[in-house]
Write a protein that binds this ligand. Structure first.
Ligand code: F6P
Length: 545
């Protein structure tokens, strides 16, 4: 598929039709849409794998949805989806298949890609991970001095950190409380420093998670951890206290980890799509192999839904299409992810990489510059905390922000009516974001005239509400796969490669140059610009103060 001509979405009939709708439906008031048609929540809701999505607070109509589905057809979204699932090399700039969906195929499924039975390979790794996780959890796997492992430190960054770190918090109620996981990602020495200060090398297992096994931050932190263990327990202890999650057996061996203690994956798993691969080992140790497989079943169920459901009731498709509508036709540049769940506190951070590293691109797969907007900026915080920080701007700022409100109905911690208080806040915010409050209503409240303008809420912020029964491993898997496929749909329409990340490479290279300069005390590097040279000078002088 390399450099195959890609349909320019802006040249399609559907795009032009949607531009027409942007001038009518796009400027309509959500409040009026909801008042005029009481059946709207029923018509504009969709449910899959236990996730109920209410899109009725979006500035859309059934006609807009039809035109968006036509856009998907005219830009080849369904063909690209099928090409992804069958292992065609749709990551064209790296000439790779994109097969994170194969990581959750059941054992009996069949998928041969580039001549290899990959389901078999996936399950071989999962089985080895299960044996190892069980051994660590039961205490059969012990450290160098014979003690049970009590602490697992995942050292990784980006996709080798965010997914496991997010899932560890999300699945708190499913965790083995006798083992604590720690996540070290930043090259800031304080990150690893604080963790090492608190742990005992005899009872600590390090999981070095890196697809490439070359990432500067991870290899620096892994080197520190290795030195710490060796200083306390000797060189031979590395085999008992380190395992690797990687595609790079050579580098793992060079680091001193036996490949028997390496859990592999494949170049067709992108870093930000890898938390259900070997990269999930810390998750599996924390929640156990059975729960991990339940999480995989949730991912898989959403994959199947995305693959087979009709367009009109295909949840990830609709979600991706509405994101395109908001981005390209309503011109809204940013989306707030607002999970009303403390357990999902790292979900926005996880989604930042998934969405922005995937769709933050301005060149199409065929190399042409895009003439339209692509990936929105994603960010967020759990509710209700965010309400007391940035919601003011959501409600009354000059920039319109779309919002994904995520609601969990049941909690394992039924304390008083606190869950109802939480959910009442989620629904209240969705209502206020969408409906706002008019001047007449504010006046009717008896507001002093000089304050009326300050209390008017414009509303009309397109808001989706996603609701699930409970946050269990299966639901978490389904929720993540929902976002993965929504991201896919958006990238497919925009004609970009959602699976490469060339934009992060230059910074890494420049950092190495600056590091060499700092090490040599060379602050007059002619390859650097004046601002960088000046900042290096300032840094060195501050360091010596
Ligand atoms: O810098 C971006 C990136 O390549 C991500 O895509 C990836 O998840 C992360 O770095 C970590 O990479 P690795 O797993 O190879 O250490």
């Amino acid at each position: 598929m390399t450099n195959e001509a890609v349909a320019d979405p802006s040249g399609t009939d559907a795009w032009k039709q949607l531009q027409g709708f942007a001038a009518t439906v796009g400027v309509s008031k959500i409040r009026e849409l909801l008042t005029q048609d009481q059946s709207r929540p029923t018509r504009l809701s969709c449910e899959a794998v236990g996730i109920h999505a209410d899109f009725s607070r979006q500035r859309i109509t059934s006609e807009v949805i039809e035109a968006l589905i036509a856009l998907a057809r005219q830009t080849g979204v369904f063909e690209l989806r099928d090409a992804m699932f069958t292992g065609e090399h749709i990551n064209t700039t790296e000439n790779r298949a994109v097969l994170h969906t194969a990581l959750r195929l059941p054992r009996h499924a069949q998928l041969t890609v580039d001549g290899v039975d990959i389901v078999n390979e996936v399950h071989e790794v999962l089985d080895r991970m299960s044996l190892f996780s069980d051994a660590v959890r039961s205490g059969e796997w012990v450290g160098e001095t014979g003690k049970k492992i009590t602490d697992v430190v995942n050292i990784g960054i980006g996709g080798s950190d965010l997914g496991p770190a997010m899932a560890y918090l999300a699945l708190e109620d499913f965790r083995d409380q006798s083992i604590t996981c720690h996540f070290v990602s930043n090259v800031d020495p304080s990150d690893i420093g604080v963790v090492l200060e608190r742990l005992n090398p005899e009872t600590t297992l390090f999981v070095i998670a890196s697809k490439t096994f070359t990432t500067l931050e991870t290899m620096t932190n892994a080197g520190d951890a290795r030195a710490w263990v060796v200083a306390a327990l000797g060189e031979a202890s590395v085999q008992k206290h380190f395992v690797a999650l990687s595609t790079n057996a050579q580098a793992v061996t060079a680091f001193g980890i036996d490949t028997n203690h390496m859990y592999g994956f494949w170049d067709w798993v992108g870093g930000r799509y890898s938390m259900d691969s070997a990269i999930g080992l810390s998750t599996m140790i924390a929640i156990g192999p059975k729960n991990f497989r339940s999480m995989l079943s949730g991912f898989h169920a959403m994959d199947e839904h995305f693959k087979f459901a009709d367009a009109g009731s295909n949840l990830p498709l609709l979600m991706g299409l509405i994101a395109v509508w908001n981005r390209n036709f309503l011109k809204i540049p940013t989306t707030a992810v607002l999970p009303y769940s403390q357990y999902l506190s790292r979900f926005p951070a996880y989604l930042q990489q998934l969405t922005m590293e995937s769709n933050g691109k301005s060149v199409r797969r065929d190399g042409a510059a895009v003439a339209y907007d692509t990936g929105a900026i994603f960010w967020g915080e759990p509710g209700t905390n965010g309400q007391h920080s940035f919601y003011q701007l959501l409600h009354q700022g000059t920039s319109v922000v779309t919002a994904d409100v995520i609601v969990i109905a049941q909690t394992a911690h039924a304390i008083g009516n606190q869950q109802d208080v939480l959910v009442a806040n989620a629904l209240a915010q969705a209502a206020v974001l969408a409906l706002g409050r008019t001047a007449q209503e504010v006046i009717a409240d008896g507001t002093a005239p000089e304050l009326v303008a300050h209390k008017v809420m414009p509303g009309n912020r397109p808001t989706s509400v996603f609701m699930v029964k409970e946050l269990d491993p299966r639901t978490l898997g389904a929720l993540i796969a929902l976002y993965e496929h929504s991201v896919f749909v958006q990238g497919a329409i925009w004609g970009i490669d959602s699976f490469d990340q060339w934009g992060v490479e230059l910074g890494k290279k420049v950092a190495l140059g600056i590091l060499a300069d700092l090490t040599d005390g060379q602050v007059e590097d002619p390859n650097l610009d004046a601002a960088s040279r000046a900042d290096m000078q300032t840094y060195l002088s501050f360091k010596q103060r």
